[in-house]
Design a protein around this ligand. Sequence first.
Ligand code: KG4
Ligand code: ZN
Length: 365
Amino acid sequence: MTGVNNQQTHLMLGIETSCDETAAAVVARKPDGSGEIVSNIVSSQTALHAPYGGVVPEIAARSHLMHLDRLIEQAMSEANCEFDDLSGIAATAGPGLIGGVLTGLMTAKAIALATGKPFYGINHLEGHALTPGLTEGLRPPYLILLVSGGHTQLVSVDDVGVYTRLGTTIDDALGEAFDKTSKLLGLGYPGGPAVERAAADGKAQRFRFPVPMKGRDDCNFSFSGLKTAVRQAATAIEVLAAQDVADICAAFQRAASEAVADRVQWAMRAFQNLHPGVQTPVLVASGGVAANLVLRACLEVECAQAGFSLSVPPAALCTDNAAMIAWAGLENAVRRGPDKFSLPARARWPLDADGEPQLFAGVKA
Ligand code: KG4
Ligand code: ZN
């Protein structure tokens, strides 16, 4: 018997601290299985990391520690809710930067222990994967493309708790490739939006960058070769003018988007083999890079050709947040009992823990 059931509305506090967002949220699950965000507080550390051109783990962990308690108080007070009203406390237990994960996880355990409420340790990727259930009531099975600064994965969400990872990156995450391109060209951090802005004035056809993994018979990604091609193109020009930067950004963005679209094509086939009975298949695009309009246009084309519909959660729920962790906590709590306080924080934690290991080294969990 679990604490959460379909007879009444349940509230869950969610905590997210695995990267550079400190977040707390309260989410409700109603008897009909639908969700509602009651409060959702996200404090971004972008300004703290900007001088370094990327997330500095120690700075991230210290900042989570400094702000988390206050953000939890704020989330609880905006939800007009006491700890007593909660059916549980859920926190990201991995994968992520270990200092940050530990901060949120230990805070959640402490609150659960002090209040006697059930505690749920959530896989951050499961939070992203289940978000469409919260935002639009989408139920599995569906296909999800997760493209962020830390992750690049294609996952078949077969059911809540049942995931088939179809592909992942063998080197850089897509957002990381955008951030490194931006840094190389002096466009600042975070790089994705800066590269997209610069690319708007560029001519993609000026450079012929490789489209990584194109045509390969699997769903994995690689961006290191593209990154090298960008560096070579940039260093071949003695003094980079604004038009050069714009053209490189446009060509990079085009090649990266085409690469993702090609990988997605393979994943759609794999998904349909796994779920031949699904009449109206859905591709969900999530993570910060899903905001990129050129990438989205490429995905629209693939979806139209393959008979999928494309669904992109609202920007605030595409990027890291605690509402998705609270919701994943609720979805888990209907199906299983709470976690023990001995549940560890994990820097790496693949979604399909029982899946086949990948065939080559370098594949990121
Ligand atoms: O999901 P997210 O907010 O955080 C994590 O990585 O966990 O994703 C951030 C990443 C960064 O690498 C950022 O450069 C990228 O998403 N990004 C974009 C765009 N907006 C954010 N990349 C390409 N185009 C964008 N418009
Ligand atoms: Zn994330």
